[in-house]
Write a protein that binds this ligand. Structure first.
Ligand SMILES: Nc1ncnc2c1ncn2[C@@H]1O[C@H](COP(=O)(O)OP(=O)(O)OP(=O)(O)O)[C@@H](O)[C@H]1O
Ligand SMILES: Cc1ncc(CO)c(N)n1
Length: 262
């Protein structure tokens, strides 16, 4: 069985973070492992507390897994601070991790900071170059590109050129926050490809970004090309949102069981 590692924060309500990642891995029939960077107290209404683990704890967790088990792909989500970012970057290089999908998590759907402000530069300088695929949403893409306005599909296409100057990783800009549709744009090598999807009329979008990046990592572990891994992951997230769950009174979670239980 293929083995996939997530390095991310815990979401007590189970919709995003480590919990979304492990559910996604399970649905893709890959073996999931987890490195916890922070414990968030959150629910469908928002985040009320964050306790970030020490970079030593993150280091020890990664070493424990990597010294013992072969890893076919890695998904990286919430990293909280620069020290953890530097630790993760160092260990990616030491263990030569492959199939790395970096979701540059900065703020939650409900507007809570999940990355300290001064850590953005470390993320861009140290981690971006090590990723095979990065998956910023519109806000994160704009933050990485020094405030470049990205509000439309045209803006997304323009931003691709700016990304090209910054990294040779494949970049999937997620359009979940576009007004009319939910089209994502993949730029890789010298090509780009749109993945179109209708915008589903629901508030239950908690954890969509985590789910998508974990699905891409799972598909890369299973041997798919980047283009196909994103295609299959987009189908998965669209189905998981279409069948999303009315749990809690705010933004409910995606449904990972929709292909199993109908
Ligand atoms: N209402 C929707 N209908 C259809 N697809 C959606 C919808 N909202 C988000 N998506 C899709 O979900 C995926 C995640 O995109 P999104 O832009 O929401 O990421 P995000 O903001 O990082 O997510 P998160 O809420 O976890 O922080 C993308 O493929 C996006 O197109
Ligand atoms: C732990 C965690 N990671 C990522 C997100 C982004 O959705 C979140 N809300 N919580």
């Amino acid at each position: 069985m293929k083995k996939v590692l997530t390095i991310a924060g815990s979401d007590s309500s189970g919709g995003a973070g480590i919990q979304a990642d492990l559910k996604t891995f399970c649905a893709h029939k890959v073996y999931g492992m987890s490195i916890i960077t922070a414990v968030t107290a959150q629910n469908t209404l928002g985040v009320s507390h964050i306790e970030t683990l020490s970079s030593l704890s993150v280091r020890k967790q990664i070493e424990a897994v990597a010294e013992d088990i072969d890893i076919d792909a890695v998904k990286i989500g919430m990293l909280s601070n620069a020290e953890i970012i530097l630790t993760v970057a160092e260990l990616i290089k030491r263990y030569k991790f492959k199939n790395i999908v970096l979701d540059p998590v900065m703020i939650s759907t409900t507007g809570f900071d999940l990355l300290e402000k001064d850590a953005k530069e470390a993320l861009i300088q140290e981690l971006l170059p090590l990723a095979d695929v990065i998956t910023p949403n519109l806000h994160e893409a704009s933050a990485i590109l020094d405030g470049l306005e990205i509000k439309s599909k045209d803006d997304m296409e323009k931003s691709v050129h700016a990304f090209r100057k910054l990294t040779s990783s494949a970049v999937l800009i997620k359009g979940g926050h576009l007004v009319d549709d939910a089209a994502d744009l993949l730029a890789y090598e010298d090509k780009f490809r749109w993945y179109d999807a209708p915008k589903i009329n629901t508030n239950n979008t908690h954890g969509t970004g985590c789910t998508l990046s974990s699905a891409i990592a799972s598909n890369l572990a299973l041997g798919l090309s980047v283009e196909q891994a994103v295609f299959d992951a987009k189908e998965y997230i669209t189905g998981a949102i279409r069948n999303s769950l009315d749990i809690g009174s705010g933004n409910g979670p995606t449904n990972h069981l929709y292909r199993l239980i109908r």
